[in-house]
Ligand binder design. Structure first.
Ligand SMILES: C[S@@+](CC[C@H](N)C(=O)[O-])C[C@H]1O[C@@H](n2cnc3c(N)ncnc32)[C@H](O)[C@@H]1O
Length: 295
């Protein structure tokens, strides 16, 4: 199946519908943060998400300066990248049965790391959408360099209104991109595009309904990334309202804390490490994987 032809040529005016979306696009268009670029340079998989799993404590040992294993900071950065790639692997583990003839959508794809991993694993066609034209251009260049541009394509489109065909997709994921949109609108668009029985997976930070509204630490994360972190409950309300039935819900909070502890010790720390660690440790924030089927 070929890719959907958009009804109109995507332009800033018809892709970015609100002043808020314009500010998010502008943030990602100008983003050249070493915490993303240096890690991606290691193997060409560029992630804009966090890591999971225990880090190898030996990366913190040994000489600070360059030795046979690189500098301490090089070792930390390589380890952080390993944990970020491990996060994407766990997301893909929950996509269910995907065949080479299937189509997948990476909604809010960043520079495309998870899309490329998905194609390598399943052989399927992957389309990624982002409201950042810079990211889309960067990711398409990466796909070309990796020889997968015929199967992995990135588009300047809004995930709330992609223009892809109804019922054309086997799987959709959001890897840390749901906090930029209204979940009811997002899941309505996902439900339209997925075939019956298609799988949806997201990994996201969400705030804890049990401890109340947004904590100070969660508000600082929102402000830092210009996003609107949702309460945990909203995910399940919005999924149920759009004919999605959850099959797996995994609390990854304890598994992401080591990544943040390591990142706080690295040269690529951005200053947002403390709010993340505080929010996770005080229980006001979770790192959640949700997998659901479209019925
Ligand atoms: C934190 S990054 C995650 C990137 C990627 N999923 C990853 O794991 O590397 C958030 C992404 O969501 C995208 N985004 C935000 N709002 C969007 C929208 N309405 N439509 C499409 N993409 C959007 C941003 O452009 C950015 O690429």
């Amino acid at each position: 199946m070929t890719m959907a032809t958009p009804k109109t040529t995507p332009t800033v005016t018809n892709v970015l519908h609100t002043a808020y979306q314009k500010s998010v696009a502008s943030y990602w268009n100008s983003e050249k943060d070493p915490v993303n670029l240096l890690l991606g340079d290691i193997d060409g998989l560029y992630h804009h998400h966090y890591g999971i799993g225990d880090y190898d404590p030996s990366v913190l040992e040994g000489p600070e300066t360059v030795g046979s294993g690189g500098s301490r900071d090089d070792r930390i950065i390589t380890e952080m990248h390993r944990l970020e790639t491990a996060q994407a692997k766990v997301l893909l583990d929950h996509l269910g049965d995907v065949s080479p003839g299937d189509r997948l959508l990476d909604a809010g794809c960043g520079r495309g790391g998870t899309s490329m991993m998905a194609h390598q694993r399943f052989g399927a066609q992957v389309d990624g959408v982002s409201i950042s034209e810079q990211q889309v251009e960067f990711a398409n260049n990466q796909a070309r360099q990796r020889g997968m541009a015929d199967k992995v394509r990135f588009h300047f489109r809004n995930m709330l209104d992609t223009g892809f065909e109804t019922g054309s997709l086997r799987g959709i994921w959001n890897n840390e991109s749901t906090m930029y949109v209204d979940l009811f609108e997002l899941f309505a668009e996902h439900a339209r595009q997925l075939e019956f029985g298609g799988r949806y997976v997201c990994i996201t930070g969400c705030y804890n309904d049990v401890t109340g509204g947004r904590s100070k630490a969660v508000s600082r994360i929102d402000e830092h990334y210009i996003c609107n972190i949702h309460p945990r409950s909203d995910y399940f309300k919005a999924l149920a309202a759009n004919n999605f039935v959850p099959i797996n819900v995994i609390d990854l909070t304890a598994h992401t804390i080591p990544y943040w502890e390591l990142r706080a010790k690295s040269s690529v720390a951005t200053g947002i490490e403390d709010p993340f660690l505080t929010a996770y440790r005080e229980g006001s924030f979770h790192y959640l994987l949700i997998a659901a089927d479209r019925v």
